[in-house]
Design a binder for this molecule. Structure first.
Ligand SMILES: *Cc1c(COP(=O)(O)O)cnc(C)c1O
Length: 415
């Protein structure tokens, strides 16, 4: 704004009002579209009636429902049972059985209760129930990230200078159809044997440059409280381990796992970060909020690593809504991962253009807190590679041309 305008308040106010109107017009189309995007809040009545139906099928109580062990022992993985809980045609049921022979499936009653009975393209259903498309994948690989070749010690994946992953289990509350570690799911659920975890801890103790340890799986919170307490305690006692992280989808697929007892354990080992994976605003439910509230009260810092999935969340309005809903429950969007080329998931893999367009529609248009980094994992363990719309148009010596979030081109100079 020019010096003249600053000196004349009535004119600068007029200018600002004009600009404010322009900004308002910019957000209106989103506000209109967003009203038809289902969220955990807008679906809460439907979820409650689905829950009643599931409870009466199992002859169970609300207390059972809130018990994560009950949820785990009542995971649905049989197409006959599924057909009693969700309308399925015989053809759909046979399809699920056929795919299930190649790729295991299981869904917690809680996650099943979020599925819209009538919509075959429901984003929860697409993540949870097998479809024939999984069998027609001539593109994907079993291990596109080369995890099998980046393990210097049992249960460890190391791909970066100062941090690593410990894989503690192959178990999950439900088996995502887009899972990047499908090859590890196998027929049975197994936690890594304690002797392997001890060897992993020895490796970390022997390598003082490791300052950040990420405990994942599978789902790290499917370890029992006792084992988690032990493992976090061991990591906490290593002086060079500055921060600990847990990778878990429990807040999304099994929020009753976040018990008071668990939170008492987690609170003992700060600084602790939990990254979870919400992929659609429908997943941001009352129960998810309760879980997030408890974790925050235990001093845990929450982040989200969404996976960009075709037909589920590869539209900018859906991603924007998701990230705004997450901020409301104090989960900070951290990454959006481009879906990997994993065998059996080709139908979910979007175009890179989709991811770039999403970031473009987030940056500037909504809170910076709602803008995660868009990541493509380079093949063969090449590592997380950030992809961004181009905002630096040119840079020659001290002269740059920038493109602003609105698409205006401006010149910028440094001394
Ligand atoms: C993703 C990942 C990490 C963590 O990466 P950040 O970018 O720090 O979140 C660490 N180790 C491995 C092997 C990973 O794949």
């Amino acid at each position: 704004m020019s010096v003249q305008l600053q000196n004349r308040p009535e004119i600068s106010r007029q200018y600002a009002l004009h600009r404010a109107e322009e900004l308002k017009q910019m957000v209106i189309p989103y506000l209109e579209q967003a009203t038809i995007i289902p969220t955990g809040t807008s679906c809460s009545e439907m979820y409650e009636s689905r829950r009643s139906k599931l409870l009466s099928y199992f002859g169970a109580t609300l207390e059972d429902w809130d018990n994560w062990h009950w949820q785990m022992t009542h995971r649905i993985s049989d197409s006959q049972v599924l057909a009693s809980l969700l309308p399925l045609t015989d053809l759909q049921r046979l399809e699920i059985e056929r795919v299930g022979k190649t790729f295991r499936w299981a869904v917690s009653p809680y996650y099943l209760s979020l599925m819209d009975e009538t919509d075959p393209f429901d984003p929860i259903r697409l993540q949870g129930l097998p479809t024939e498309a999984e069998l027609f994948d001539d593109f994907g690989e079993d291990d596109p990230m080369g995890e099998e070749i980046t393990s210097p010690a049992p249960s460890i994946t190391r791909r970066y200078p100062d941090r690593l992953i410990i894989n503690v289990t192959n178990m999950c509350a439900m088996y995502c159809r887009h899972c990047q570690r499908r090859r590890n799911i196998g027929e049975t659920d197994t936690h890594s044997p304690i002797i392997q975890l001890k060897a992993a801890l020895d490796y970390i103790r022997a390598n003082p440059e490791i300052r950040d340890v990420l405990v994942t799986g599978g789902d790290a919170l499917l370890l029992n409280d006792l084992t988690l307490d032990w493992l976090l305690g061991e990591l906490h006692a290593i002086p060079h381990v500055e921060i600990k992280r847990l990778g878990t989808r429990a807040p999304v697929t099994l929020p009753m796992r976040i018990t008071d007892e668990l939170c008492t354990i987690l609170a003992k080992y700060p600084p602790l970060y939990i990254n979870t994976q919400f992929n659609h605003p429908k997943e941001v439910t009352k129960d998810a909020r309760k879980a997030a509230d408890k974790l925050v009260a235990a001093g845990v810092v929450l982040g989200n690593q969404a996976v960009l999935l075709k037909g589920i969340n590869n539209q900018s309005q859906v991603m924007k809504k998701l990230n705004q809903e997450l901020l409301k429950i104090r989960v900070r969007p951290y990454y959006i991962f481009h879906a990997k080329n994993v065998k059996g998931t080709r139908h979910f893999v979007p175009r890179i253009q989709d991811g770039i367009a999403i970031i473009e529609q987030l940056r500037g248009h909504t809170s910076g807190l709602a803008v995660p980094t868009y990541i493509i994992n380079a093949p063969k363990g090449g590592g997380k590679t950030p992809i961004s719309p181009q905002y630096l148009v040119s840079l020659v010596e001290n002269k740059a041309v920038l493109r602003t979030w609105e698409g205006k081109y401006v010149q910028y100079e440094t001394p």
